[in-house]
Design a protein. Structure first.
Length: 149
């Protein structure tokens, strides 16, 4: 059976997909970098203590493994908290315009006034909204001309 309307492009909306990829890349880089930095400082400090106490490697690992895991856990939690904030902002830039479009169509069904979709400055889908607004303006012109006749 032949599929209809198969999407042939990997990138459908460059602006949205690029921003999502950049947020994911920044998140992964931040987690990795913070883990490396905290791990380095922790091991450097513990190494001095181990040399002073003349511990063997198994004693060193068994004594400090829980502390090391906690030190590695802290940057991950911080990065995840920051990522929740940034992904919430990103999703509102995507969902906000869709919500406005839906509300506009609901108002169109009840009101016959001049209706226009308004977006915030950083919202996505401005091109789609402009096309819808153009169609709404043309519909208003048609409605006015019909009322005048």
């Amino acid at each position: 059976m032949k599929q209809i309307n198969v999407r042939r492009r990997l990138i459908v909306n460059k602006e949205v997909q690029f921003d999502i990829l950049m947020y994911v890349a920044v998140l992964a880089t931040a987690i990795f970098s913070l883990q490396m930095i905290t791990g380095y400082f922790f091991l450097h400090k513990i190494e001095k203590i181990a040399i002073l106490d003349s511990m063997s490697i198994p004693e060193f690992v068994s004594h400090y493994k829980v502390v090391f895991l906690l030190v590695q856990f802290i940057p991950v939690v911080l990065c995840l908290a920051l990522s929740l904030h940034f992904f919430n902002r990103l999703s509102s830039r995507i969902v906000g315009p869709l919500y406005n479009i839906r509300k506009t169509f609901q108002r169109m069904a009840t009101d016959k006034k001049k209706i226009e979709i308004r977006l915030r400055e950083n919202d996505y889908f401005k091109d789609v909204v402009e096309e819808i607004n153009l169609a709404l303006r043309e519909q208003n012109l048609v409605d006015r001309s019909l009322k005048e006749q």
